[in-house]
Design a protein around this ligand. Structure first.
Ligand code: ZN
Length: 134
């Protein structure tokens, strides 16, 4: 089975969502990811990422240059989901999650200085570890 993606047409057919245009791919990527990921198209590939509501920064940009495999595409999309979830958990605690401000968590060697360092407390009774929209 050929799982190599050499262009946008390959990507659309190998995703098996019945998409025919980049706009459909873009809409489904937003709709069917928990974080509401974005995808950009260029002549040499695609880039994926996500903004996180309430914080200044989003995830890293994950770039895939042709040719890549469909598995690499799904892995990149999952990495975006995982990173967006980590940022959410580190920043979206409710006011009862902690009594004192928490130190900024470290993430891949970079400090989230620009994020409000108010992580979700998984044991919080008020938000039940879900956090709040900020
Ligand atoms: Zn809470």
């Amino acid at each position: 089975m050929n799982n190599t993606v050499n262009n946008l047409q390959d990507l659309l057919s190998q995703r098996k969502f019945g998409e025919e245009t980049f706009a459909q791919l873009e809409r489904n990527t937003y709709k069917y990811t928990t974080c509401g990921a974005w995808i950009h198209e260029s002549d040499w590939g695609v880039a994926l990422g996500s903004i996180v509501e309430g914080v200044d920064e989003g995830t890293q940009t994950y770039t895939l240059n042709y040719p890549f495999t469909i598995e690499e595409f799904w892995e990149a999309l999952q990495a975006v989901e995982d990173e967006a979830a980590e940022i959410w958990k580190a920043t979206h605690g409710c006011e009862d999650c902690h009594d004192e401000p928490h130190a900024s968590p470290l993430h891949r060697g970079r400090t989230w200085r620009s994020y409000r360092a108010w992580p979700i407390n998984p044991d919080c009774k008020t938000c039940e570890g879900e956090g709040v929209i900020i």
